[in-house]
Design a protein around this ligand. Structure first.
Ligand SMILES: NC(=O)C1=CN([C@@H]2O[C@H](COP(=O)(O)OP(=O)(O)OC[C@H]3O[C@@H](n4cnc5c(N)ncnc54)[C@H](O)[C@@H]3O)[C@@H](O)[C@H]2O)C=CC1
Ligand SMILES: O=C(O)[C@H]1O[C@H](OP(=O)(O)OP(=O)(O)OC[C@H]2O[C@@H](n3ccc(=O)[nH]c3=O)[C@H](O)[C@@H]2O)[C@H](O)[C@@H](O)[C@@H]1O
Length: 433
């Protein structure tokens, strides 16, 4: 069992740290956010992620996990240092590497002449970052007077593929583990951290590992924009996108996943990573025409309910609208790039009055006198004439349809049978059918 520290205790860092500790490794989770670490020390989990509480309780019992803000302590007491800090978008779409660079500089300040540390990057970073990181670290160590700095560390890329809401399940049952490094032995040693999971592995060089991550996310995003484009055509020509998706997905070469039409992709990763890949493509003079189209389709799709309501001749000025679901997808508290935000902003521009409900999300980054967040889905519904279903939380699936009487309902994720909606609503709309 190995000694590991994880820098950054967000969705990726905390899940990775907890799961490694569950696998028996000795883990130190570090964050620069004192409040987060204080909470974690007290046993409070700062994010909503199914199953994490169970793993976390077991880790506390086994004493395989500890939390700190002390870099020196974390680096001294670990052989593998995972970087899991954020890489948000810069205004030009490129990935902001300032948190990664800060982490690397602090690691360098803690490495001594007697050390050898494996530094594993789990954050999603542009192709070339691994080698850039090696240079940055070597320069920092040289500045400190450490000669032959490359003898004191090795950089590894180990991109993460977990989904929010299913993060623990994904970590424990990975489709694949990708390890990139310029040193094969170190790559194998890093791979062995996961050996009890017995996953398919690819050991490769740094840029290939980094590219696998971006290409995977961009391809999944492409599938979503593709199916949404097909949905927009289907509804015009009388086809049902749900059956179209099913029919396509039965072809093994296509596969059934990520063909769910709806209100596009949100979250902290697909939009940011597709934008970053567009930026990288341009930097290398490669025309990112597919990726540009993926983003363009997605931006329009997120506000599709507005287009639907306007198309039905509904004047949104002063209309009371219920929103069900604020998180970017079910089973998470994350609203980063959520379709709900685009829809609410657009509705507010039209002077609509909003009553929003989500099972977990109780705060939004938007404040407006016309935006009310309520604690009960039926309270939101009863106050309004129109309902927009934005996020397909399970609790919205089996509901009292009779309450839809006299309401106009837009099912943004096709969760309800169209015939049922027709029977119980004043008017109903869904996506691509
Ligand atoms: N959220 C997800 O589902 C996935 C995210 N990723 C990638 O993983 C990375 C992290 O994402 P999230 O966990 O969602 O981010 P997050 O924003 O939830 O957490 C990042 C954490 O890093 C901390 N931090 C910032 N600078 C630090 C430093 N110098 N030292 C130590 N801690 C520091 C922050 O305080 C924060 O707690 C990103 O690159 C993301 O693209 C990859 C796969 C899945
Ligand atoms: O790099 C990342 O951060 C992660 O990004 C996604 O995970 P996540 O953003 O948590 O969520 P997904 O389940 O992929 O959903 C993303 C968005 O696509 C939408 N989506 C997904 C699937 C689909 O068929 N249709 C669809 O509209 C969802 O509603 C959601 O808004 C990837 O699925 C993970 O493999 C990856 O690790």
């Amino acid at each position: 069992m190995e000694k590991i520290s994880i820098l950054g205790t967000g969705y990726v860092g905390l899940v990775t740290g907890s799961c490694f500790a569950y696998l028996g490794h000795k883990v130190i989770c570090l964050d620069i956010n004192k409040e987060k670490i204080e909470k974690l020390k007290k046993g409070e989990i700062p994010i909503y992620e199914p199953q994490l509480d169970e793993i976390f309780a077991l880790d506390k019992e086994s004493e395989n996990i500890e939390f700190t803000i002390d870099y020196t302590y974390a680096i001294k007491n670990s052989d593998f240092i995972f970087i899991a800090v954020g890489t948000p978008s810069c205004p030009d779409g490129s990935a902001n590497l300032s948190y990664v660079s800060d982490a690397l500089k602090t690691i360098a300040s803690c490495i001594t002449e007697n050390d050898f540390k494996v530094i594993v990057n789990k954050s999603t970073v542009p192709v070339g970052t691994g080698r850039w990181a090696a240079k940055l670290l070597a320069d920092e160590l040289l500045k400190k007077g450490i000669k032959e700095p490359e003898k004191h560390f090795c950089i590894v890329s180990n991109p993460e593929f977990l989904r929010e809401g299913k993060a623990v399940e994904d970590f424990m049952n990975p489709d694949r583990i990708i390890i990139g490094s310029d040193d094969k032995d170190i790559a194998l040693k890093t791979a062995s951290l996961y050996s009890t999971l017995n996953p398919p592995m690819i050991i490769t060089n740094l840029p290939t590992a980094e590219m696998i991550k971006y290409a995977s996310n961009a391809f999944l995003a492409t599938k979503i924009s593709f199916i949404n484009e097909m949905a927009n055509l289907s509804e015009k020509i009388g086809a049902d996108i749900e059956i179209v998706s099913k029919g396509m997905g039965l072809d093994k070469r296509i596969g059934p996943y990520f063909l769910k039409a709806g209100l596009g992709f949100g979250g902290s990763c697909f939009p940011k990573d597709v934008k970053a890949l567009i930026h990288t493509s341009k930097a290398y003079n490669v025309d990112p025409s597919i990726l540009n189209a993926v983003m363009k389709v997605n931006e329009k799709q997120k506000i599709k309910p507005i287009e639907i309501l306007k198309g039905a001749g509904i004047d949104l000025n002063g209309v009371k609208i219920a929103i069900w679901g604020l998180a970017f997808k079910p089973d998470t508290d994350d609203t980063r790039e959520a379709a709900s935000l685009n829809i609410i902003n657009e509705l507010l521009k039209h002077n609509a009055v909003i009553f929003a409900y989500d099972p977990i999300v109780k705060n939004l980054p938007i404040q407006d006198k016309n935006l009310n967040i309520v604690n009960d889905k039926y309270e939101a519904l009863e106050k309004c004439d129109v309902l927009i279903l934005v996020t397909e939380w399970n609790e919205f699936k089996n509901i009292e349809f009779k309450r839809f009487k006299d309401k106009i309902v837009v099912d943004g994720r096709n969760i309800w049978e169209k015939n049922i909606l027709k029977k119980y609503t004043k008017a109903c709309f869904s996506i691509g059918r």
